[in-house]
Design a protein. Sequence first.
Length: 319
Amino acid sequence: MSLRSTLERTLPTAFHERLSQLLWPVWNTEQRRLRAPLRALLPTVLTFLLLAVLQTAIRARFEHPVRELLELTSIAVVLVGAVLFAARIIDRRPVRGFGLSFDRSWWHSFAVGGLVATATNGGALVVSLGAGWATFDGVMRGSGDLPFVPAMGLVFAYIAFAAAWEEFVVRGAMLTNLAEGADGFVSRWMAVGFAVAFSSLVFAFLHGGKITHVSQYGYYLIAGLILSGAYVLTGELALSIGFHVFYNFTQSAVFGLGHSQRTPELLAVDIVGPSRWVGEEGLVFVGFAVLGGLLLVAYIRWHDGVLEINDRVPTYTGR
């Protein structure tokens, strides 16, 4: 064998070995994709920054109702783009691998999550009215310049895309990849538990703009655990997205219990009770959110016949 042929065979091999060593902290050569921490964080960081830039520009240049339409469009485009970009480039997994099967069963579970969320907020309204912490003030109020029904449709779409974005980046991408990355180094229960805890902390942090006291983070931590639990036990985001969308929508736009969200209200309600009980992070809402979570678990137990970590969450299946 000549020296030239030996060099041609040896140098590329040595180069690739050296390159693999350099890229090892960020690149999984076996799966041909980024390492788990990067896969977990990039969708959240990139889409959060992009939405911040887009919404800042839109709010500086446009007024209601054009502003809301453009913001809705930006959220929808960023969400769809993020899912496709993560599936093809960052994560190299099918879209259904994020808990987004979109089959008949998925939509059925989505509807169940929505019904549970609606019942949850309905219970909070009954308690608030019964305790004298809220008073009824009329129906179909606060639509502003738009007719009531189109205004409600716009609000629902806005809330739906925003909630779906949060569920995708925090649960579908972050929780999934953290669980995959930790699985094998620790037990599966510990890997998933770590992923649930970390992603729930990030979820609470994303709502920091609503917080006036550090104790109020507890409400969003509980919400994060509830939504994460539904995903971990089913391997689908259907229950989580359904519950999240309809919880936000019915609390504010249907039952008039919203604080930070200013929306049209089907039932206009004035909240007059102490914020400790009926503030946005008050104990009434915390209690009913926990009850809603228990109802989701009961549904999963009835539907699946068992409560256990779904294998699709910590297990990678490539495209």
